[in-house]
Design a protein around this ligand. Structure first.
Ligand SMILES: NC(=O)c1ccc[n+]([C@@H]2O[C@H](COP(=O)([O-])OP(=O)(O)OC[C@H]3O[C@@H](n4cnc5c(N)ncnc54)[C@H](O)[C@@H]3O)[C@@H](O)[C@H]2O)c1
Length: 387
């Protein structure tokens, strides 16, 4: 497998990281971008990262040089001729990606696997642009690819199962944890994580608690590394809002994924979060950080509400066969560092209790957003557990 030459299209944040991962695993990598600037930035970035790894003692200078030496910065797609697999990581636009896949098919071998790193587009829709659509699939890396362990493997409707199997073992051999997911909007992680943000925003909008208190509830009581508002600031509200909005429309205006007007206001104001110096919090040397209201009872109420909504979303993804039980729990613990798999968490809380909490929310609000997943209700009735 190490002999396989890997092509990467798009030398931005993700393409550069994926090239580093594949080269570190011993592959020769062809990295292409239409913008010369992007190639130069990618080259500099890779050199900086590899030098830092040497300084930290994570690899020797010889190893770093060998990794860098395996990455070829190319300026034509025809360089992908000998590639076993090409991973696309260009701009998130369906028609541009489809065009690229058509061009790629003219340059690569018939046996070359074509993968897309899309986070929100239909892999099936991309594959349908191809003559040999059975060799196309999604490989969804997380940012930054070199540090994040998880890769979602997304077979399209057309994908040959042998291709899925090969790519899964190839990417596993790169030290990644792979989970297979159905080609549906948000795949596993971006779908199941939605309530972490949206329910926190809803609690804020209702005036139940303020930003630092909700974050405090989720870190100190929920065990999450970062509270939802801190995390949205970190991801960038432009990105986070776009994902939620995309999910909402892709699922035909599903109320569970309804975007928040409060977040839209931040986007409109250009308050994207950390990267713009302001979001829910202020960033900079002198800014004072607001303190939470240390009300433990309130914190537990917030934590229970958000975790119950997350569990309900995970249970529904399982119910609708988006992925299997282990993939769902692995994806959330390895992809977004949740303290526990959500289906495991459902068992630990008790399925009946989860149903009761969802029903209490529904009874109070009478909104379909708070409907309990049928699988939880069936399990509660039969006394079964996920594990
Ligand atoms: N950034 C993330 O957190 C993240 C995480 C997972 C998946 N993704 C997905 O990965 C893909 C890339 O995202 P990114 O953040 O690296 O974007 P980016 O903007 O950092 O990089 C995209 C690169 O693609 C190049 N490009 C654009 N059109 C091209 C074309 N037709 N041919 C060749 N190169 C082209 C651009 O010059 C740019 O260098 C997107 O599909 C995105 O949704 C991003």
């Amino acid at each position: 497998m190490k002999n396989a030459i890997i092509g990467v299209v798009g030398a931005g944040a993700m393409g550069t990281g994926i090239a580093q991962v594949a080269a570190t695993a011993g592959h020769d990598v062809m990295l292409y971008d239409t913008h010369e600037d992007a190639i130069l930035r990618s080259r500099d970035k890779l050199l900086r990262i590899l030098n830092r790894l040497v300084e930290k003692g994570r690899m020797t200078d010889t190893e770093a040089k060998a990794i860098f030496g395996r990455i070829y910065f190319v300026d034509t797609l025809s360089a992908f001729g000998p590639c076993r697999m090409v991973i696309e990581a260009i701009v998130e636009d369906l028609s541009i990606k489809r065009e690229l896949f058509v061009e790629l098919e003219d340059q690569v071998m018939d046996s070359c696997i074509l993968a897309t790193n899309t986070s929100s587009l239909s892999v099936t829709g991309i594959a349908s642009a191809c003559r040999y659509s059975d060799r196309v699939l999604g490989t969804h890396f997380f940012n930054p690819p070199a540090l994040m362990k998880l890769v979602e493997i997304v077979p399209a409707v057309q994908t040959d199962p042998q291709i899925t199997e090969y790519v899964t073992s190839l990417i596993t051999s790169w030290g990644k944890i792979t989970v297979e997911t159905q080609d549906t909007p948000g795949f596993i992680v971006n779908r199941i994580a939605r309530p972490f943000y949206s329910e926190a925003l809803r609690i804020l909008d209702e005036g139940i608690a303020d930003v630092p208190t909700i974050d405090w509830a989720m870190t100190d009581f929920g065990g999450f590394r970062m509270g939802p508002f801190r995390l949205m600031d970190y991801i960038g509200h432009d990105v986070n809002y776009r994902i939620t909005e995309g999910m909402y429309h892709s699922y035909y205006e599903e109320p569970r994924y309804k975007p928040s007007f409060t977040q839209k206001q931040l986007v409109d104001a250009g308050y994207f979060g950390r990267k713009s110096g302001k979001g829910f919090y202020e960033y900079g040397d002198t800014s004072d950080q607001p303190a939470p209201i240390m009300d433990k009872k309130l914190a537990k109420r917030i934590k229970n509400r958000i975790i119950t909504m997350l569990i309900n979303e995970a249970a529904d993804a399982y119910y609708l066969k988006i992925a299997d039980r282990d993939a769902i729990d692995l994806a959330m613990t390895k992809g977004v560092n949740y303290p526990k798999g959500l289906l495991q968490w459902a068992d630990d809380i008790g399925i009946k209790k989860c149903v009761k909490r969802m029903d209490d929310l529904f009874d109070f609000y009478h909104e379909t957003r708070y409907r309990c997943s049928p699988i939880l209700r069936t399990m509660a009735a039969s006394g079964s557990r996920f594990y």
